[in-house]
Design a protein around this ligand. Sequence first.
Ligand SMILES: [Fe+2]
Length: 282
Amino acid sequence: MSRWDFPAPFDRFLGVGLGVDVHNEQPDWREVLTQGLPADFLEVYTRGEVAQAHAVRAAADLPLLYHDDALDPILPEGIRPHELKLAVDNLGAVGAPWCVSELATRRLGERYLDFFLPIVLSEEAAQVAARNLAELDQALPGRIVAENPPYQLPVGPLHVLELMARVHELAGIPLVLDLGHLYSFQLCRGLDPLSGLDDFPLEAIVELHVAGAVIDERRAAPIYQDAHGAAEIPPVLYEMLAEVAPRCPELRVVTIEVEDADLARVTRQLEDTRAALGSLSA
Ligand SMILES: [Fe+2]
């Protein structure tokens, strides 16, 4: 029996899809749909605009997932009611079985930063996040799925995989493993790309992410700059994907985050991701 109870076609491995921001000029989500790209689903980020969520649902024949960056599930003050309502409305409009939320915030008090502050890597922070995520899991018309954020300066004693495992254990929710974000953490700590994975509850992972990035190696410690579609996917991420995907028994989707990519790059990244997955994507 499956660990996670999702409706078809998410009840088994579905394939490779694209993460798109509906407000981006490229790739224009309408073009992604009309060009007939070999994507098995779309993961949409609507910036909370429910009209856009309805528009995508009405236009797309593909299955949809929903990504929400405004929930800030790591903050001790809890989920803000307005952001919760937007997530409920958007997830319902998209008709997705789950909502992806990163363990990060873009807020400093009342100030909005367009920069991810990732979760502090401590037991206390894991407990705060688990509490918030359990609340979201109850309130949303689908599951909440927590994603590991990118790091340039990790703070706290835990490995990010230890923290993710703890959040999963406390909140009982599924996880997204973003391979680029994981690699960003390993670079900071001087670890191998898949360090820590052997002790990780891989059955928690329902979704894997890959995305373009620039790795700045001018300093002693390389810095991973998450660029999504504005850069190529580093080859090490395809190697990580080929290694990790077959080890995740409950994997349902692999998402390529392609915001800001032109259609030629989107097409190439789809081909390369499928090649890395081998027989799994067939
Ligand atoms: Fe991601």
